[in-house]
Write a protein that binds this ligand. Sequence first.
Ligand code: ADP
Ligand code: MG
Ligand code: MG
Length: 252
Amino acid sequence: MTTLEIRDLHVSVEIENGTKEILKGVNLTVKSGETHAIMGPNGSGKSTLAYSVAGHPKYTVTSGTVTLDGENVLAMTVDQRARAGLFLAMQYPVEVPGVTVSNFLRTAKTAIDGEAPKLRHWVKDVKVAMSNLRMDAEFAERNVNEGFSGGEKKRHEILQMELLHPKMAILDETDSGLDVDALRVVSEGVNRAKESTDVGVLLITHYTRILRYIKPDFVHVFVDGRVAEEGGRELADRLEEEGYDRFLKVQA
Ligand code: ADP
Ligand code: MG
Ligand code: MG
């Protein structure tokens, strides 16, 4: 059983004439096997939360804590976070020139497990995972994210998630830019990972569409850098009908 705990998290970024506070006291607890959806209007700080937990250098934690089974995540390097079992799929994944998908996956797997995967099993696992995600075998020889379409980037992220077996996965707008077929394939990948490994999932999304495929146990509405409302799956249905207007009015 793994627990990711975010307590009163405040995060700022440097801007031209000073600093700007983006996260204003986020509280969130995600346990193994649970799926939490974070929903909210554009600019509410959802990606900032993902970047902060990932350890992106642009985002400064000014107060609050992030722990994984009591261990201080904020004191860990990005590599240590991955080895601790955290997996972060970013809204805008970066290119890794000169590194093929195949090499990238094997290096990541080796780093996380502390030993190289047995080649025969590994080759088979990669093949099966790629085929499940409807990816051509030749995709493995392309350079990471170089010229990937939106859909290919998302599939590649879920491929990593399926092969690396994280304890906690944060998926930022995994649904953005996907057509219905790709959305279904990617969602099935997340659901396979959930079934086979008891991973905890923090699913960040602006739209309710992906929640038809990946069923959240909890829904948190993010407004202006903090959680404004929480509920179960029914809260997503309500947002689908009403949008975020009532939250934005309160703010004005
Ligand atoms: P969301 O993912 O909910 O759309 P973001 O976390 O991307 O929101 O952004 C929240 C707010 O913080 C926005 O107003 C955005 O412009 C601002 N912001 C995010 N990252 C930076 C940055 N690196 N520099 C300056 N402002 C930023
Ligand atoms: Mg956004
Ligand atoms: Mg975002």
